[in-house]
Design a protein around this ligand. Structure first.
Ligand code: LFC
Ligand code: MG
Length: 501
């Protein structure tokens, strides 16, 4: 089916949504789209956008896209280590987009990597840039669904995906920069840009291809319309209390027991009540560490386990059963992230023990999440702001999670991930799920000092960002110093033979 997407913007929702309601509006604009399309075929000179809408222009044509390989040597302190990724250097392919508008605003985006291979993502971003440079921002955001499709469906590039792996990480970096720029133009933090959008505008950002068997556009619209009810109260609640978080940074796998104890003591003092522990390399080691943490946090605080894909399916059931006495809430990534039916088997086996399965940080697109949901293969869904195709694809997944009634607990263990994903989960609470039950967002206490608008944590909760944008902008001096391999920091580490290049 060849569909012309209705183009819907702020002014449309502001004028007509009031009188006819969004549902009607959806159909009105689809009908209009068809009529206009017919007009085009008949040789009419219809300007679709300007006939349908009375736009307030978002100024600027994208004139440049710069991408940088930025790496932080976190492996030296074992930060971020787990059973599979023993020596991660938290890194990013960092994108800056510039426009010819005279407001001087730039869009900043990133995707998270672990050091080696960042150069490959950088290369993929460059390959995608031809779809971005030369485009008016206005054209992109008023028909975001089409733009998303263009980026993910390049007839040649898609062969190295599609919508997965390096090319999807690159798509995310580019689109994160576009969303940052859009939010800055609107002078709103991204979460607020999203919560202020009408249901129909939000829909117009989502590519529903491949998921309509699980979530139709009408169902998504209904969810978003229902989400408008009580939105103001929820916004007030979040402004006051923040979004609940859990910490992972006390118990990376490479930390010694002493370090673990020290970090856990401090975290408890700071008011943390939910702790994630890395497991999976050695069961006896896992038992010792879990025992230590449980004894420190007491019976009432929550503990989650993360095996980072280390086990086979039956092995996972066996190992987690042996750790069940420590009362973990979930086991995260127990096996291959691609093994949806394996996760379903594990979920079923662990259910009598009261342990759920969590996954998503390596779930590369909405189709996989759809299947996880359809197969009852997860009980906690972990979106990732840089693994999925940016905000656009995350919106699709949040809506599916709502339909399947599965709590979303985002992944944020990486550089910049806390900064980004806080916007998505705050939007989720205010406009989609409307609930905090069984929900929390990951937090790791690393590298925030390199961001211009770092996260603000208060009483173990993410306080909603106030600065315009997606909180993606890094400090210029950090980018210069940590650029790989020529930044000052890497230069010195290489001279001192502290790292292998
Ligand atoms: C290599 C990384 O630090 C991962 O261990 C991390 O993202 C982790 O899986 C998490 O859930 O935070
Ligand atoms: Mg994890």
């Amino acid at each position: 089916m060849n569909v012309l997407y209705p183009v819907v913007t702020r002014s449309l929702s502001a004028t007509r949504a009031d009188s006819v309601g969004d549902k009607d509006l959806l159909h009105t604009s689809w009908a209009e789209a068809d009529r206009l399309k017919a007009g085009d075929r008949a040789g009419g000179s219809t300007d679709f956008k300007h006939l349908t809408l009375n736009l307030t222009m978002i100024a600027g044509k994208i004139t440049g896209l710069i991408v940088t390989d930025v790496r932080f040597p976190t492996s030296l302190g074992h930060h971020g280590s787990d059973a599979m990724h023993t020596d991660p250097d938290y890194s990013a392919a960092y994108v800056v987009i510039e426009t010819d508008a005279d407001d001087g605003l730039k869009g900043y985006g990133l995707t998270f990597t672990l050091g080696k291979g960042t150069e490959i993502v950088v290369c993929a971003v460059k390959a995608l840039s031809r779809h971005v440079v030369g485009r008016a921002l206005e054209d992109i955001v008023t028909d975001f669904r089409r733009f998303y499709r263009q980026l993910t469906s390049d007839g040649q590039l898609r062969w190295i995906g599609p919508e997965k792996g390096v090319i999807q990480l690159a798509t995310s970096a580019v689109l994160n920069a576009v969303w940052d720029l859009w939010a800055k133009k609107e002078k709103k933090p991204l979460w607020k840009l999203l919560t202020d959008m009408s249901p129909i505008q939000l829909l117009s950002c989502i590519d529903f291809r491949y998921i309509t068997d699980a979530l139709s556009e009408d169902e998504a619209l209904e969810i978003l319309q229902n989400g408008k009810r009580g939105q103001e109260e929820r916004e007030e609640y979040i402004e006051k209390n923040g979004y609940p978080a859990y910490t992972t940074s006390c118990a990376w796998l490479g930390y010694s027991d002493e370090q673990l104890q020290k970090l856990c003591t401090n975290a408890l003092k700071d008011g943390w009540t939910r702790f994630k522990v890395k497991v999976g390399a050695d069961l006896e080691d896992d038992k010792r560490r879990c025992k230590l943490i449980r004894s420190m946090i007491g019976p009432d605080n929550q503990m989650m386990l993360d095996a980072n894909q280390r086990w086979d399916v039956n092995e996972a059931v066996q190992c987690v059963s042996e750790l069940a006495s420590f009362k973990p809430l979930w086991i995260e990534e127990p096996t291959s992230p691609d093994d949806i039916l394996g996760h379903a088997t594990i979920s079923k086996a662990l259910s009598p023990l009261g342990i759920g399965v969590a996954t998503g940080e390596q779930c590369h697109n909405r189709v996989m999440f759809k299947q996880f949901l359809q197969a009852n293969a997860l009980q906690y869904l972990q979106i990732d702001s840089c693994r999925l195709g940016s905000v656009n694809e995350n919106l699709a997944v949040l809506l599916m999670a709502k339909k399947f009634n599965i709590p979303v607990c985002p992944h944020a263990g990486g550089v910049g991930l806390c900064e980004l994903v806080q916007h998505l989960i705050i939007f989720d609470y205010i406009s989609v799920s409307g609930s905090l039950e069984n929900r929390m967002c990951e937090y790791v206490d690393h590298l925030h000092e390199h961001f211009k608008y770092p996260v603000s944590i208060h009483h173990a909760a993410y306080m909603p960002p106030k600065d315009p944008g997606y909180s993606t902008e890094m400090k210029e001096e950090s980018v210069l110093q940590y650029q790989f391999p020529d930044g000052e920091v890497w230069h010195q580490l290489i001279i001192d033979k502290k790292v292998e290049v």
